[in-house]
Ligand binder design. Structure first.
Ligand code: 3PG
Length: 222
């Protein structure tokens, strides 16, 4: 049987999508309960300079929200909280251009390879990083970044894996984002603070744009 997951990634992490994430540097993580607001949220993020979102599949509306947001060709939309391989195809069919999982799962990685979409698996230990490296992963989500030790664990885990790039997520705020973004191993940071469900469902799109603009400044080191 062919072991897809042990094959190198087709573009070895240098896909245009990962390059776009590296340029944007802050990924808003969204949990949407009503897909009807997704287009407005995407527009609010874009207006603030962040044409990107990871829409989690934690709600029944997740896939439809991806579909609505991804209908704007300027928006780079990924699916988050992808836990099983079967979700990958659905997410890609809905328009997801990258897949994020909270942990490392070989079946999910294989499904992403088959679908031709970048996978950013979550890791919290050196053992998980080694498992990810073994199947050709070059970008991982450090999750939950703040809870497991923040910048200190990032530095400690980064040292033995010099080629690896991290997207710390979990507990990132406007106050601590810069301390992560300054680390050379950090490709981008992710977080829900830009468009939390409370703002999304209160229709506070102006505030989402303001937070996106603030995050854009942080991403640019300003
Ligand atoms: C995720 O799924 O990446 C996290 O829930 C985002 O973490 P945060 O809510 O602490 O930003």
């Amino acid at each position: 049987m062919t072991d897809h997951a042990t094959q190198p990634a087709p573009s070895d992490g240098q896909t245009p999508v990962l390059e776009a994430i590296a340029a944007i540097r802050v990924i808003p993580v969204l949990t949407i309960h009503e897909a009807s607001v997704a287009g407005d949220v995407g527009a609010a993020l874009k207006a603030g300079g962040l044409p990107c979102a990871e829409v989690t599949l934690r709600t029944p509306a997740g896939l439809q929200a991806i579909r609505a947001m991804a209908s704007d060709p300027d928006m780079l939309v990924g699916a988050g909280t992808v836990l099983v391989a079967g979700q990958v195809e659905e997410a890609v069919a809905a328009g997801a251009r990258f897949i994020v999982s909270p942990g490392f799962d070989r079946d999910v990685v294989e499904a992403c390879r088959r679908a031709g979409v970048p996978i950013i698996p979550g890791v919290a230990t050196a053992t998980e990083i080694q498992a990810a490296l073994r199947v050709g992963i070059t970008v991982v989500k450090l999750f939950p970044a703040e809870a497991i030790g923040g910048v200190r664990i990032l530095e400690a885990l980064g040292a033995p894996f010099p080629g690896l790039r991290f997207i710390p997520t979990g507990g990132i705020t406007p106050e601590n984002a810069t301390s992560y973004l300054e680390q050379p191993a950090v490709l981008a940071v992710g977080g829900s603070w830009i468009a939390p469900s409370s703002l999304v469902h209160a229709g506070r799109f102006d505030e989402i744009t303001r937070r996106a603009r603030e995050a854009t400044m942080l991403a640019q080191g300003r």
